[in-house]
Design a protein around this ligand. Structure first.
Ligand code: SF4
Ligand code: SF4
Length: 279
């Protein structure tokens, strides 16, 4: 049974509920019945990916993209600053659509037990994971050409939190349905193969100040870290993990995570001593 860093679970639940309430309150506020102490911003205003296309548009044309707000830029800067230090915390802790996929995956794990999240061979899968960079490129190019947030029509996050409004494109519902079904077989399929924002944040893993390091001197080679990783990263055979797919979820680490040996697998600047007979 995989252990879950319990603090992260609570952060995910609170943020999921908060985003859902903001989404509902936006509709209520328009009819004058909004909850006063809660933000009535539209879902676009609390989407940090909007900040990326906003920034592009602001730099290239000096204007904001339609339906995008200055708040996106603020959110984006906070997310980027944290990613420089700790990688894509946004993906592993905050994104409510990542949380949604994790919750669906709990059913898949019960159905398929050890086969869950292992249907696609790693050799093939590690190349398939680059598909999200193609989507990122297409979204940026199309948004720059049209001046509208092109991702909105296929955005399952928007479909999930606005399904009752009549504003959601049928294509977004189809993607939401596909992701929900895939989540029964694969952990976080949208994050792995489709999310343009995850693609961008994943790049911070290559330069982050606190990479994931494994102390080969104290590691007992049990493989629990690799088995716990939702993104199928082979942590147990690496000294330092700078994988572009890591979502900083802490499921693999010593302490709250699944590594049974204290101070053996940590996000740290500290370099562990080299082991002589290592590969
Ligand atoms: S390597 Fe560790 S922190 Fe990164 S995604 Fe895998 S389990 Fe989470
Ligand atoms: S879980 Fe910890 S002890 Fe086990 S292989 Fe991974 S780093 Fe080593």
């Amino acid at each position: 049974m995989k252990r879950k860093p319990i603090f992260r679970v609570w952060v995910q639940i609170v943020l999921f509920v908060l985003i859902a309430l903001i989404a509902v309150n936006h509709g209520l506020a328009e009819s004058g019945k909004g909850i006063p102490f809660l933000s009535s911003a539209s879902l676009h205003a609390v989407c940090p990916f909007g900040g990326v296309v906003s920034l592009y548009q602001l730099v290239t044309a000096g204007t904001f993209v339609q339906k995008i707000h200055e708040s996106n830029l603020v959110l984006m800067l906070i997310v980027f600053a944290s990613a420089i230090a700790l990688g894509p915390l946004f993906c592993g802790w905050i994104c409510p659509f990542g949380t949604f996929q994790e919750w669906i995956s709990r059913i898949g794990r019960k159905l398929f037990k050890k086969r869950f999240n292992k249907f696609i061979p790693y050799k093939f899968d590690k190349y398939l994971r680059f598909s999200r960079y193609i989507i990122l490129g297409l979204v940026i190019i199309n948004t720059a050409i049209s001046g509208k947030l092109m991702f909105a029509n296929i955005d399952p996050y928007y479909a999930l939190f606005q399904f009752w409004t009549g504003e959601v494109a049928i294509s977004a519902f189809i993607i939401l349905g596909i992701v929900t079904i895939l989540s029964l077989f694969v952990e976080r399929p949208f994050c792995k193969y489709m999310c343009p924002y995850g693609a961008l944040l994943g790049l911070f893993n290559l330069i982050r100040l606190f990479p994931l390091r494994r102390n080969k001197g104290t590691c007992i080679d049990c493989g629990a870290c690799s088995r716990a990783c939702p993104m199928n990263i082979p942590v147990a055979v690496k000294g330092q993990v700078r994988d572009h797919q890591c979502i900083s979820c802490y499921q693999c680490t010593s302490g709250d995570g699944n590594c049974p040996v204290p101070e053996t697998l940590e996000f740290t600047m500290k370099k562990y001593p080299e082991v002589k007979n290592e590969n």
